[in-house]
Design a protein around this ligand. Structure first.
Ligand SMILES: [Zn+2]
Length: 334
């Protein structure tokens, strides 16, 4: 287009503001539309409590007893949220995380209860890790003071199989042990659970935004940190390598965690694979917005809708969010 075409009498002929003039025009041309069907709501079920307990670092989010699960899920289902990521907080922990794969464990009982009450109307995803179940709080079996990769894989496979037995739709291994997707796929297939899918926490960055979650799930490491298994947040190529490994090992869905500071990774993952891409907007992302909103510094509803829409715009097909209930309420009452 030459200069004569874009100008008329010295003023711009092309005016992008025409497309922004009214709300109705803007609605017509909106490129990214957030849907309640995009959302996954994390749920914390705690063994040995009678009443819901609010998580101190995540105001508005609760650990709930099993008896409240159906009521809680029904409320979210009525808002249109149909997918749930289940985290269990067990009564007893040990260094081998044995309470993670008990047939009557808290996650296993929760999944059974959900299947009995909701059948195939909802989608269940279970987090597969050791950290909520180990006395030391690490994501693997500790040998010589480090999380031993191959010993941990055996336990992760047992946990995933026990979740499949309980009836989950998807298992989501989050320990960042090498080969975890392959090991779990094999264990599921060997036990006739070839219909159970795997959502790989493929690029789980070693983020400073997990602190409120560790308070929520009682999984703060007793010693050291998780930097020898979670990914450095500085590295793009390494993240893509992790993702391609999970694709090769048989993951059905790829996850990036956290979401908002890693929109570049979400975008690049979207370009690198045809698999669905899931973004996990983590506890720290929730708490930062919540804290600022409680101070009156930002409008929580507007900020949450902006952040979550941008996560989708970057390329996420599925978004795990602690704001799922609020987003659903907003989408139901535009
Ligand atoms: Zn873990």
């Amino acid at each position: 287009m030459n200069q004569n075409e874009v100008e008329f009498n010295g003023f711009p002929r092309v005016r992008l503001r025409r497309l922004r003039r009214t709300t109705a025009i803007r609605d017509l041309l909106q490129e990214t539309r957030l849907s309640v069907k995009d959302l996954v709501c994390p749920i914390f079920i705690q063994e040995g409590i009678d009443e819901p307990k609010e998580i101190e670092l995540m105001p508005g989010i609760f650990r709930i007893p099993l008896k409240n699960l159906v009521k809680n899920i029904q409320e979210l289902y009525d808002l249109g949220v149909k997918t749930f990521l289940i985290f269990g907080i067990p009564k007893s922990k040990n260094d081998k995380a044995t309470s993670a794969y008990r047939i009557d464990g808290i996650v296993q009982k929760s999944v059974k209860t959900l299947r009995q009450n909701f059948g195939e109307k909802i989608v269940t995803v279970t987090d597969v890790c050791l950290c909520q179940y180990t006395s030391h709080g690490h994501c693997g079996i500790i040998k010589n003071n480090v999380a031993n990769n191959d010993e941990s894989l055996k336990v992760l496979a047992k946990i995933a199989t026990s979740h499949a037995e309980a009836g989950t739709d998807f298992v989501a291994p989050s320990a960042m042990m090498d080969g975890q997707v392959k090991k779990i796929r094999k264990a599921l297939d060997n036990n006739n659970f070839n219909n159970v899918g795997i959502i790989g926490y493929s690029a789980k960055l070693s983020s400073n935004l997990y602190t409120p979650f560790r308070d929520a799930s009682h999984s703060t490491p007793e010693f050291g940190d998780r930097k020898s298994y979670q990914m450095p947040f500085h590295n793009t190529n390494e993240a893509l390598h992790e993702i391609m490994m999970d694709v090769k090992e048989g993951a059905d869905i790829i996850m990036i965690k956290p979401a908002l500071p890693y929109l570049d990774l979400i975008y690049k993952t979207r370009q690198a694979t045809l698999l669905p891409v899931c973004a996990y907007s983590v506890s720290g992302e929730y708490s930062i917005v919540k804290a600022a909103a409680l101070e009156g510094w930002v409008n929580e509803d507007e900020v949450v809708m902006e952040f979550t829409t941008c996560i989708k715009r970057a390329g996420a097909d599925i978004i795990i969010s602690y704001h799922a209930r609020k987003i659903a309420e907003i989408l139901n009452n535009p």
